[in-house]
Ligand binder design. Structure first.
Ligand code: IVH
Length: 656
């Protein structure tokens, strides 16, 4: 086999391994073997620059640039004018009729709710893909598009030059499967297929994009070196080249268009993708050119937008879930209804006030709507359909899980369980502790955490670090290999450092951002623990309420116990964040007299936050004496020793 043949065969082989790894999640060779093949291909490609074409060295496993490069679209990616009613659609058709003398046809297609994309092919080979951006300039997302299975990388019988426009989307089935998996792993859920697709396509790491399993469907030729007469002809040609193409129907009147729009709307549940409308387009390409465009959109097309789907259902029950921070969240369990492509069985009721405002009762007929997010909401109550027996809902006064009393937040609508040992909180605490933004323990999601708790193996997050492989392997659906994998992930998590550890503790208002802020100001957990309220309040971005939550948390015996068990397990308590401003490091300040605006504590906290120390007596080691009104003997001593004396204004300037 000559080297060019070897390149071809290596490319095919590596593509196949990529597919097994990224798509099937079932690799058949080790990373080491994969790397060796990749290295050989890189070597050969360097030697043979003439061996052009898509290559695994250029995408999956390769590194995407830090930022996506801008791409100017040769033909702008225009948007569409929306119509929201049959009348508005009729007005659009009338405008077209008035402008065109000859007879004309319309093509009606579903409007896919994804992400607009331009795909460039040269001699049938996919060379570049870019997002819509502002329509003129988009972002080069070729690397990520190369991981999309339904994107043909090489076309059959293609024109020499071709740019196609389409939509990248996440299939509904994929979306639901991925969310089930995420729920099990304790990862945050994807909000909806569109956001999932958008987020994935703009991932800097193509491997992450690949994991999300996106799809592409096309609906327009932007430019081509081959001539076509009609839009439907281009769609048929695109299908012949190997694209997944949007389905279409040809219509000759408004009535036919409306009928088709209704058919698409009724059939939306059978489609693999979400749609948010139907597009009506003039079919003849010559007539399109004659009609032209306004500054914003073509005159030859209109997007009919379906209203968000609403349906009536009956409230079977109102249940209360207890979250990690103990908040009781009410949910309506409703008679299952199909809504915008999924079966809805519950709807959020937000909080006690929401239930009271709408007077939602068990037995009520309610209108539910799904407005693009996962959890549907209750819009209104059909009071006239209320059964006689329906009584106002009484919000529980004790936690439905542990029976502890509940309290309402002083400044909000949330009602919280006060039970420190509440099992519902315990589970969520552990799942949160292990979550990606916290200690990032892969494989420790809700399902596994629940089994560990039920088997009596863990109660608090610290117990995770004392698990043994044998007991874990004995759990249902576990086995030796997964147990070992889990324990390795747990071991690995010990080194995450202070910022993530703080986030993992689940202290109220201390998430990953506050965790990082604190880890920049304190070298380790113990110094944070010893900080007083004043020091914490003085940290920018840490408000007085958060500071109080922190102090309270560190004072509780449970936290003390947790910290000591984590310490004994060898969890790293030190900060990995770059230290905050330490401009007073190595300096000692003595405060004397009354300062015009700061109290001594406040000034002291500022000094400490910036790395300095305070002392009560003046000595040769004193760097500055910060003097206010009625300063006494300390000032005299400082003068004698020749120590620099500053007032509040100077101090403020130094600290600012
Ligand atoms: S045609 C210039 N057809 O809808 C005409 N667009 O609201 C090009 N879209 O940004 C658009 N499905 O991303 C067309 N079958 C379809 C479509 C479609 C989805 C998107 C497209 C555009 C947006 C406009």
């Amino acid at each position: 086999m000559d080297e060019l043949d070897e390149i071809r065969s290596l490319r095919a082989e590596l593509e196949e391994h990529n597919r097994r790894y990224y798509v099937d999640d079932a690799p058949t060779i080790s990373d080491y073997e994969y790397d060796a093949l990749m290295r050989r291909l890189e070597e050969l490609e360097a030697k043979h620059p003439e061996a052009q074409g898509p290559s695994p060295t250029q995408h999956v496993g390769g590194r995407a640039s830090e930022k996506f490069a801008p791409v100017r679209h040769a033909v702008p990616l225009e948007s569409l004018n929306d119509v929201f009613s049959v009348d508005e659609l009729a007005a659009f058709v009338q405008r077209v009729d008035a402008a065109l003398e000859e007879s004309h046809e319309y093509d009606v297609e579903p409007k896919i709710d994804g992400l607009s994309i331009a795909l460039e092919y040269e001699n049938g080979v996919f060379v570049r893909g870019a997002t819509r951006g502002d329509g003129q300039v988009g972002e080069d997302v070729t690397e990520n598009l190369l991981t999309v299975r339904s994107l043909p990388k090489r076309l059959k019988n293609a024109p020499a030059e071709l740019t196609v426009r389409g939509e990248v989307y996440m299939a509904r089935e994929t979306f639901e499967r991925q969310n089930e998996q995420r729920e099990l792993e304790g990862k945050p859920l994807l909000a909806n297929p569109r956001n999932a697709a958008a987020g994935s396509l703009r991932q800097l790491d193509p491997a992450v994009a690949a994991e999300r399993e996106l799809d592409v469907i096309v609906y327009n030729i932007q430019s081509s070196s081959r001539e076509y007469a009609t839009h439907t002809e281009t769609l048929d040609a695109l299908r012949g080249m190997g694209f997944d193409v949007v389905p279409y129907a040809l219509c000759t009147s408004v009535d036919e268009c409306v009928r088709q729009i209704e058919l698409i709307g009724d059939g939306r549940e059978q489609l693999r993708y979400d749609i948010d409308g139907a597009v009506v387009k003039v079919n003849s390409l010559a007539q399109r050119t004659a009609l032209g465009s306004t500054a914003k959109a073509p005159r030859w097309a209109a997007a009919y937008k379906y209203p968000p789907e609403k349906k009536e259902s009956v409230v079977r029950d109102i249940i209360i879930q207890v979250g990690r921070t103990g908040v009781l969240t009410p949910k309506a369990v409703v008679e299952p209804v199909r809504l915008a492509g999924t079966t809805v069985t519950n709807a959020t009721l937000h909080n006690q006030d929401f239930i009271a405002a709408l007077d939602i009762r068990i037995g009520d007929t309610v209108v539910v709507q799904k407005a693009g997010e996962i959890i549907p909401e209750v819009l209104e109550v059909k009071k006239d359909a209320r059964p006689d027996w329906a009584v106002p809902f009484e919000f529980p006064t004790v936690c439905p899980v542990c029976g502890s009393s509940v309290v309402r937040d002083e400044d909000g609508a949330a009602i919280r369980c006060t039970g420190a040992e509440c099992p519902a909180q315990r589970l969520r605490n552990i799942v949160h502790f292990a979550s990606r933004e916290a200690m990032d323990i892969e494989g420790l999601g809700t399902g596994v955490a629940e089994s560990l708790i039920n088997a009596g193996l863990i109660q608090s997050p610290a117990d995770i670090y004392y698990l043994d492989a044998q007991s874990v392997a004995a759990l249902d659906r576990m086995g030796k290999r997964s147990a070992e994998k889990l324990l390795a992930a747990i071991e690995n998590s010990k080194t995450r450092g202070l910022a993530r550890l703080l986030c993992a503790f689940g202290i109220r208002q201390v998430g990953s951002k506050a965790g990082k802020v604190l880890a920049r100001c304190f070298p380790d957990l113990d110094s944070l623990k010893n900080a007083n309220l004043m020091e914490l309040v003085n940290i920018p971005d840490i408000g007085p309420i958060t500071a109080e939550y922190l102090v309270d948390w560190f004072q509780s015996p449970q936290s003390e116990h947790l910290i000591e068990r984590l310490r004994a397990a060898g969890v790293d308590f030190t900060s990995h964040e770059e230290a905050a401003d330490t401009r007073f490091a190595g300096m000692t300040f003595v405060l004397t007299g009354t300062l015009p605006t700061y109290t001594r504590d406040e000034a002291g906290a500022i000094i400490e936050r910036l790395g300095g120390k305070t002392s009560s007596s003046v000595s040769k080691k004193t760097t500055y004496v910060l003097a206010g009104e009625n300063a006494g003997s300390k000032l005299t001593k400082a003068e004698q020793l020749g120590i620099k004396i500053i007032d509040e204004a100077e101090f403020r300037a130094m600290a600012e």
